[in-house]
Design a protein around this ligand. Structure first.
Ligand code: VGL
Ligand code: ZN
Length: 202
């Protein structure tokens, strides 16, 4: 078992990010077995769920004429427009059926405000609106995080970088992640992770 000060953060292991889903990450389901096994090592397990209203501003379908994967400028900065995904209560938003959810003590939902996206489990994309996860982890005396899940170059990377900036010791297990890799986002995210002091491990 890991020390009580360590938590496992499992990002967005949902049907829509797995093969057959609306925003499928290649090989997304391949990491489920490893993640299930990892959960047994940690006394604190947190799952996140991307959880959007149907009218969410990150959906290309809600911007007339906009193509999926194009960029728009939002008040908080550039935003990729995604295919409609992880709509609250839908099958796509549910956890993959093979993911063990019983060991999770906390499930944090993000991206529920129509006007702002939230890649990170800690802050929405304006970098100031907090999700509450920091407070939960600090109240439990957690100081070190292992971060895994989907997608490595978006929600996993944003979560890991925010956590490192908040002062947590953060390890990202690349073998327990899969990436979208949009316009060089995977190389960029690895650069940003290293600059933030996140340890990249296999
Ligand atoms: C994600 C794009 C949009 C992710 C979520 O989980 O990485 N990516 N929403
Ligand atoms: Zn999303």
């Amino acid at each position: 078992m890991r020390p009580e000060t360590e938590a496992l953060i499992v990002i967005d292991m949902q049907n829509d990010f797995c093969p057959g889903g609306a925003l499928a990450v290649p090989g997304g389901d391949e990491v489920i077995g490893r993640i299930n096994a990892l959960m047994a090592e940690f006394g604190c397990v947190v799952l996140t769920q991307d959880w959007h209203p149907a009218d969410h501003s990150s959906f290309a379908a809600n911007h007339s004429g906009a193509a999926p994967y194009s960029l728009i400028e939002m008040p908080y900065g550039p935003q990729v427009l995604w295919p409609t995904h992880c709509v609250q209560g839908s099958q796509g938003a549910a956890f993959h059926p093979d993911l063990r959810t019983d060991p999770a003590q906390m499930i944090i939902r993000k991206g529920f405000r129509p006007q702002i996206d939230s890649y990170s489990a800690f802050f929405e994309n304006d970098k100031t609106t907090a999700t509450g996860l920091e407070g939960y982890l600090r109240d439990r005396g957690i100081t070190a995080l292992t971060v895994v899940g989907l997608a490595e170059d978006f929600c996993v990377a944003y979560s890991a970088i925010d956590a490192a900036n908040l002062g947590f010791a953060v390890t990202l297990l690349q073998g327990a992640c899969r990436a979208i890799d949009l316009n060089g986002s995977l190389v960029q995210s690895r650069h940003d992770l290293q600059a933030a002091g996140v340890v990249l491990a296999a």
